[in-house]
Design a protein around this ligand. Structure first.
Ligand code: FAD
Ligand code: DHB
Length: 403
């Protein structure tokens, strides 16, 4: 099998890249180890930044999102039994979209199918070969049968555990990791909507987040010990913690049957080596952020955008200039998103290892972002629009890939 761009992984990074390449007449084949149903059903992220909303709309992917997604004008931050609205629209004229990641993936897969795009599901990539040559190869298995895909470029969009990053020469790896002493227990509940906008709550019992999926399904998160098991969190304990952390006089978290639960450990990770030869890493394969800043899916889409621009430029001019800048361009956004995700994590989680000085600073910070225009504006700018953006020099190339 042969193609121009071999893409590994049908997450937001891989699927968006294949869509953008298709808009520019560049062939790709996407290999995904899960089934289409599994990809379309896995519950993960929920928030899209302004740049991601625009990109989906401008590349023909926005109609279901605009119909079923929820545009939010801001978020609320709660601490010490007080709730503050940070109105992003009023502060900076930007909004966010609450639209589940698996719905974005459904839209992308439908668009690729409509265009006769080639996605091979249940194709498990086992190794990457000759990545420093002009004809790299991907070895994969379908139904136990070994196959090979020969391409010009490989896009490793296979998440943190995928094989792409492992194919980079060890001596060239520049990896940086930071582990937080927190986990998030996430649930989906069949309940009516609790609040018009997301509520990020600091409480001495731990952080809590009120989000939504639809008028009938709600998404809630609780800070837990990263080593906790789901068996330690029966439904009654979850509800009692949510009420204890978020309820205010006259306002209560809406309850209903819990239909899904998961626990994630929180960490920051960046593999700064995002390119080697003809292999490019994108999305979680290269970086992980703690979820408090809602950046992971957005960063994956930002990577796909720049990679698509670089490949489009290469196939029209034969010049690898933009591709060679991919790593540098994306690391700027990635580190800004890491900074913001860490700031939000530190601001909103309870850490009983903090000294009283550090705890006082945390409250001063909460006070600053909720009661001053400057503090709130900083949150607004970072929350709504840092992951999917381009240096001015690439703006004209963006117009080219969207047309
Ligand atoms: P993935 O979505 O992980 O896709 C990688 C794909 O590669 C997978 O489908 C996998 O099956 C496939 N793959 C792996 N190995 C192989 C192989 N050997 N062969 C073939 N295929 C392979 N982000 C936000 O922006 N906003 C949020 O609000 C947000 N909230 C989150 C909440 C939680 C609880 C979690 C866990 C994450 C959240 N994120 C959020 C992060 C976001 O979900 C991820 O950053 C995003 O999925 C990354 O996309 P990706 O395309 O890089 O990788
Ligand atoms: C959601 C997840 C996040 O990590 C976040 O910061 C906000 C919302 C969500 O899943 O809805």
């Amino acid at each position: 099998m042969e193609t121009k761009v071999g893409i590994i992984g049908a997450g937001p990074a891989g699927l968006l890249l294949s869509h953008l390449l298709h808009l520019n007449g560049i062939d790709s084949i996407l290999l995904e180890k899960k089934s289409r149903e599994e990809v379309e059903e896995t519950v993960r992220a929920g928030v899209l930044e302004q740049g991601a909303i625009n990109l989906l709309n401008e590349t023909g992917l926005g109609s279901r999102m605009m119909k079923y997604g929820h545009l939010h004008h801001g978020i609320e931050i709660q601490y010490n039994n007080q709730r503050f609205l940070l109105n992003f629209e009023e502060l900076i004229g930007k909004k966010i979209m609450v639209y589940p990641q698996h719905e974005v993936l459904k839209d992308l897969i439908a668009a690729r199918m409509k265009a006769n795009g080639k996605i091979i599901f249940q194709a498990n990539v086992t190794s990457l070969k000759d990545i420093d040559s002009s004809k790299p190869k991907i070895e994969f298995e379908v139904d136990g049968e070994k196959q090979e895909l020969i391409c010009d470029f490989i896009a490793g969009c296979d998440g943190y555990h995928g094989p792409s990053r492992k194919a980079l020469p060890k001596e060239l790896l520049r990896e940086i990791e930071h582990v937080y002493p927190f986990g998030w227990l996430g649930i989906l509940a069949e309940a009516p909507i609790s609040n018009e906008v997301l509520i990020y709550t600091y409480h001495e019992r731990g952080f809590a987040l009120i989000s939504t999926r639809s008028p009938e399904i709600q998404r809630y998160y609780l800070q837990v010990n990263p080593n906790d098991q789901l068996s330690q969190w029966p439904d009654e304990r979850i509800w009692s913690e949510l009420h204890a952390r978020v309820d205010l006089n006259g306002w209560t978290v809406q309850e209903g049957p819990i239909i899904q639960k998961d626990i994630v450990k929180m960490r920051s990770f960046v593999c700064e080596t995002m390119q080697y030869g003809r292999l490019f890493l994108a999305g979680d394969a290269a970086h992980i952020v703690p979820p408090t800043g809602a950046k992971g899916m957005n960063l994956a889409m930002g990577d796909a955008q720049v990679l698509a621009i670089g490949l489009q430029h290469y196939y029209t001019t034969g010049n690898e200039q933009i591709l060679n800048k991919y790593e540098k361009i994306r690391l700027e956004s990635i580190w800004r998103a890491q900074r913001f995700s860490r700031l939000m994590t530190d601001l909103l989680h309870h850490n009983n290892k903090k000294t009283s000085f550090e705890q006082k600073i945390q409250f001063a910070e909460l006070n600053y972002v909720t009661t001053t225009v400057t503090g709130a504006t900083t949150i607004a700018e970072n929350y709504t629009d840092i992951s999917v953006n381009l240096p001015a020099e690439l703006q004209k190339n963006l117009t080219a890939i969207k047309s």
